[in-house]
Design a protein around this ligand. Structure first.
Ligand code: USQ
Length: 382
């Protein structure tokens, strides 16, 4: 298949590109290094610097024989994106090209502005580039479980059957996101749903929980093919952060009460889920929504796990609750339907002690590069 990946330089984008290329697909990526630039501007550099896309694609070709075509271009610029879509004529587009950090979106007016215009603009441009240049392409959009928030009822897989005054209809499941970033994902879904029902687009929206991991079959080939790995308060996700904190000897930063509960998944499973979505497309004119997570933990449970595994490796891990910089429920109901991807064949890679231990071993090799100044929260919601 011809596959175009928007945001191909990212934590998920680059491993996805290698994975599809290794499977023998014709893969192109587009990225303007927005995340790299924002990370530099906010002193949030990753644990190790990944070579640029051109160099990574050349190394991947040298090691595996598989090509990845690279376009350094901005998806928020319609003409540039349309040109790439026209040139690559994709059958599948995987859309990761968004500012992905909740804290960044909440920092100030400028960061809020960039998040909203970049994220919505990119999705809007993609929709039009597909309508005009590749109308039969399947769009696989990375959404987030954070679109649903933490409602006091079960979270269904995208849709809710509503019975009202004796009549019934299925609607998008109610959304109440906890940051501006997560809200842009809600708006993306609405935009896609409008174009699906009006213009017959073919879309999968993957509602993904926080991802952890460093290793994939392809990234294990070389340090220079590894995904960029953030542990700072702005781009780092909680599991990756806690593991780096364990190695650095910094108390694990549980925000507030630590009862915040989310659905997690291994980076390897993100690749599996995107592949399953690609090989099992929805019908034309269908918005298929899949909840993408494999296990549910509270922040306290994660901290306890990493405390236990870290200590078994001789690290002196401690846990400390700190004032929560976010506005979120710290104790809440959380029961999520997520059978769609399992039915398509997902074989989860669970967060075992061994998996956490291997991640700790990799991070220990980079211990000298950890900057503890990047760990405590610098952005507050209030
Ligand atoms: N948390 C801590 N301590 C930390 C960091 C986070 O207690 O040091 C807590 C947060 O308060 C939150 C939970 O851990 O309750 C998850 O936070 P996170 O930073 O791992 O994840 P989040 O900001 O929600 O965003 C991440 C990705 C985002 C993706 C989302 C999926 O950055 O792109 O969409 O995970 S989800 O959380 O399901 O919305």
């Amino acid at each position: 298949m011809r596959i175009l990946i928007l945001g191909g330089d990212g934590y998920l984008g680059w491993p996805t590109a290698m994975h599809f290329a290794a499977l023998g697909h014709e893969v192109s990526v587009i990225d303007n290094y927005l995340r790299r630039n924002i990370a530099r501007e906010t002193s949030s550099e990753p644990l190790f610097e990944a070579p640029n896309l051109i160099k990574r694609a050349a190394l991947f070709k040298e090691l595996t024989g598989h090509s990845i075509e690279v376009f350094i271009s901005d998806c928020a610029d319609y003409d540039r994106l349309a040109e790439v879509v026209q040139k690559t004529s994709p059958e599948i587009v995987v859309h990761y090209a968004e500012q992905p950090s909740a804290p960044y979106s909440m920092q100030n007016r400028h960061t809020a502005d960039l998040t909203i215009f970049n994220n919505i603009g990119t999705t809007f441009n993609l929709i039009w580039a597909i309508l005009e240049h590749a109308p039969d392409a399947h769009i696989i959009k990375l959404g987030t479980m954070g679109e649903y928030g933490t409602p006091n009822i079960d979270i269904e897989e995208g849709w809710l059957e509503v019975n009202h005054k004796g009549r019934q209809q299925k609607f998008l499941y109610p959304r109440q996101a906890g940051s501006l970033y997560h809200t842009t994902k809600v708006l993306d879904t609405d935009l896609l749903w409008f174009y699906v029902r009006t213009y017959g687009l073919q879309v999968t929206d993957l509602m993904q929980g926080p991802v952890y991991g460093l290793s994939t079959v392809e990234s294990d080939l070389s340090q220079d093919l590894m995904p960029n790995f953030h542990y700072d308060d702005i781009f780092g996700t909680v599991v990756n952060r806690f593991l780096v904190q364990a190695v650095a000897g910094v108390p694990l930063t549980v925000y507030g009460g630590g009862g915040q509960t989310r659905g997690y998944l291994n980076l390897k499973d993100t690749l599996q889920c995107v592949e399953l979505a690609a090989s099992n497309p929805p019908a034309k004119g269908e918005l298929r929504i899949l909840n993408q997570l494999t296990e549910i933990f509270s922040v306290n449970e994660l901290a306890e796990k990493i405390h236990r595994v870290g200590n078994s490796k001789g690290l002196e891990v401690t846990i400390k609750s700190i004032d929560n910089p976010r506005k979120e429920l710290e104790e809440h109901y959380y029961n999520v339907e997520h059978s769609g991807l399992t039915e398509l064949g997902l074989q989860p890679n669970f967060m075992t002690d061994e998996v956490l231990g291997e991640m700790l071993d990799t991070i220990i090799k980079h211990k000298a590069a950890i900057d503890v100044e990047k760990i405590l929260p610098r952005v507050r919601w209030k």
